[in-house]
Design a binder for this molecule. Structure first.
Ligand code: ZN
Length: 687
């Protein structure tokens, strides 16, 4: 294995030599430097793994040197050494990216431990980076990372724009780093030693405009004069008061004309949202568009392959900032964050990672540190969209065939599996027509369609398996998908669907937040031609399906006290009726059963918050949402299991104490009935 290379920076020769001896004995390769400048040269030429640096060094001071070193190689680890009385500075150094500091005089043991820890941290960081195919580049601005075509095009455009003197129009959504791009164009150009003057157009009022931008402005106040030789950046041009926009057009036209005449030299850069200039005064946009160069900044959701690199970079950045040693990032983090829509783009992603790093325990960063529910909302800050959007959807009564539907966007939900108790998440994504409802393993991507032929076990919950992938407890999400008539959707998941609060409410909200999109294909509901009976209706448990024009369930539950006999009749109308009547009903269990389940290793995720626990004489843990909540939950389960048919079924179901076993049998019987040769229908009265 290659020796790790360490640079020792100290102005005292005996310290340099002592450290060199100790570290060389330990098998490191050691170089020494007496000051910041020579350290920086060594970092650039020798690519060390670690720098041991004294806080007090001649020339550029310790903190300044640290910043330069980290700038030259963001992956280098720096350990600061400080004497008494310099602890404050040393602590500050960790904020600027030093791995740690040690106080002189230090023990050999402590020194070696700290060095080993720092090298391990670097190794972990580099390994994580390799795992996402990201090669550390120079210290180029982290806003412009990425290897996607869009990212490369943007990087090239910035470099090309910097070389020229023409105005630059930066167009793109919020959060893409338009201000950084403007800065970078300035810093890369030969104007870098002249001023970069920024004008926030949102804050510019008429008086300020008159004083600072009009031809009448005094040279001491004129932004054009202040920016002489440099760059004048108009940020958020679309936010400039409409009355001022034509006046800015005049000012700029005069500026360009004068520049042609006497070579007065201020580079104009502007930023706005819509590349077609929507929201801008026509004359202003035309002037800029004709004289300048337009750089379109592509939204993050259209360059999702860049997301892991950003996540990496931000994790490193904030781990340093908050002093967390994060050695590993769970691959699910990359998968999941790559699926989100990021309406706030890189800025939003950065904020999300910062929050997660703050919440994260030391060691591994996992999805649980992310506030995914709020991230999944496609319009952050906006009121969550409620039922109105779907309440107007056509119902089954609209006709014999329905349009197939999928989701408008991908969304994520996080929770815990009821039976496995492990953390699990769920990502819903749109699928093309006729794809159906498909589950996929979140890590391997292996897929299993939500169809009866893949049902493996129904003892306590409905489980799908195709040999490569097993997915448990799918009935609640299936129930919501059925009721919102989502025909095609990909559900990436751990090995068990998250239980949430034990009901289907969160799944309903998720579907509503994603929005539904009608597709160019039809779905034909299943119509029964005969009554199907599963079980013994006289004694129960039993499930009976009779031909009908709409879906309904009449469920009778009979348990010992405190539940007793309960009944509920549900007729499907719109997703709204489902959401009000059925979706909130939670999973329930009897105390004795739970004990047995726990002993069998099941129901490990059953917390008091995600299900209704029934004791010998009363419900133990929660007020019921309906007096007959358990009965309604049974209907919820039945709706979910029936969706293994892959399309709506128009029938009147009568259920007596039935459960997953009868539900699945019913699905099999209906499937068999459909596969039988067509019966003679003439006598069936049009059914
Ligand atoms: Zn259930």
């Amino acid at each position: 294995m290659k020796k790790k290379r360490i640079i020792v920076v100290d102005d005292e020769a005996n310290i340099r030599e002592t450290l060199k001896d100790i570290l060389t004995d330990e098998g490191y390769e050691v170089l020494t430097a007496v000051d910041g400048e020579s350290a920086l040269r060594l970092v650039q030429s020798e690519a060390p793994d670690l720098v041991l640096q004294d806080i007090w060094i001649p020339g550029i001071d310790g903190i300044q040197t640290l910043k330069l070193l980290k700038n030259a190689d963001p992956d280098i680890e720096v350990v600061m050494m400080s004497g008494h009385g310099a602890i404050d500075t040393a602590v500050k150094a960790t904020k600027f990216g030093a791995f740690d500091f040690i106080e002189k005089p230090f023990s050999m043991d402590h020194l070696l431990r700290t060095v080993a820890k720092a090298l391990k941290s670097r190794k972990g960081r580099l390994a994580r980076r390799r795992s996402v195919g990201f090669t550390p580049g120079s210290a180029a601005d982290r806003r412009f990372l990425g290897a996607s075509r869009a990212a490369k095009r943007l990087q090239r455009s910035i470099v090309t724009a910097a070389e020229k003197s023409r105005p630059v129009l930066l167009a793109g959504e919020e959060g893409l780093g338009k201000r950084y791009a403007a800065r970078m164009i300035h810093n890369l150009s030969d104007r870098r030693d002249h001023p970069f003057i920024e004008i926030n157009c949102a804050e510019l009022d008429e008086i300020q405009f008159e004083r600072t931008l009009s031809a009448a402005a005094l040279p001491a106040r004129s932004r054009f004069a202040l920016a002489e030789g440099g760059t004048l950046f108009f940020d958020s041009l679309h936010k400039l008061a409409p009355a001022l926009q034509p006046r800015l057009a005049e000012t700029l036209a005069a500026h360009f004309a004068q520049e042609d005449a006497d070579g007065d030299d201020v580079r104009i850069v502007v930023s706005f949202i819509d590349p077609t200039g929507k929201g801008l005064d026509e004359r202003l946009f035309t002037l800029l568009d004709e004289t300048g160069e337009l750089i379109r900044m592509v939204p993050l959701r259209r360059r999702k392959t860049d997301i892991p690199a950003f996540v990496e970079r931000f994790v490193d950045l904030f781990a340093d900032e908050y002093g967390k040693h994060i050695e590993k990032i769970d691959p699910q983090v990359f998968d999941t964050l790559s699926e989100l829509p990021w309406p706030g783009n890189i800025g939003q992603l950065q904020g999300a990672v910062e929050g997660a790093v703050q919440r994260c325990e030391e060691g591994e960063l996992t999805l649980t540190s992310f506030d995914l529910i709020s991230l999944s909302d496609p319009t952050p800050g906006a009121q969550p969209r409620r039922l109105s959007a779907v309440a107007g959807e056509p119902t089954q009564e609209a006709g014999p065939s329905l349009r197939q539907k999928t989701l408008k966007t991908s969304l994520v939900l996080c929770g815990q599996g009821l039976h496995s108790g492990t953390r699990t998440g769920l990502i819903l994504s749109p699928l093309p027509p006729d794809a159906g409802v498909v589950f996929a393993d979140i890590t391997t991507g292996a897929r299993v369609p939500a169809r009866i032929e893949y049902v493996r076990s129904t003892e306590y919950a409905t489980t799908l398996s195709n040999g490569h992938v097993t997915i448990k407890t799918i009935e609640h999400i299936m129930s919501a998908l059925s009721s919102y008539q989502v025909s095609n959707v990909l559900i990436k998941i751990g090995d068990e669907a998250p239980i949430m609060d034990g009901s289907a409410l969160d799944f309903c909200s998720l579907i509503e937040d994603a929005g539904l999109e009608e597709q160019d294909a039809l779905v034909e509901p299943i119509r029964l031609t005969e009554t199907i009976v599963v079980g013994d209706p006289a004694a129960g448990p039993a499930l009976v399906a009779e031909p009908a024009d709409a879906f309904s369930v009449d469920y009778t539950l009979e348990y010992p006290a405190p539940i007793g006999r309960q009944e509920h009749t549900y007729a499907f109308d719109t997703p709204t009726t489902y959401k009000e009547e059925i979706a909130p009903a939670r999973t329930f269990g009897f105390l004795d059963d739970i004990k047995a389940l726990n002993e069998a290793g099941l129901a490990a995720g059953g917390k008091l918050s995600n299900f209704v626990l029934i004791g010998a004489d009363r419900v133990l843990n929660t007020p019921l949402r309906y007096p007959n909540e358990p009965c309604r939950h049974k209907i919820l389960d039945l709706i979910g299991d029936l969706y293994l048919l892959g399309r709506p079924v128009l029938a009147k179901f009568t259920a007596i104490r039935s459960g997953h076993t009868q539900n699945i049998q019913m699905v099999k019987r209906i499937t068999m009935a459909l596969e039988r040769p067509e019966p003679i229908r003439a006598a069936a009265g049009g059914r």
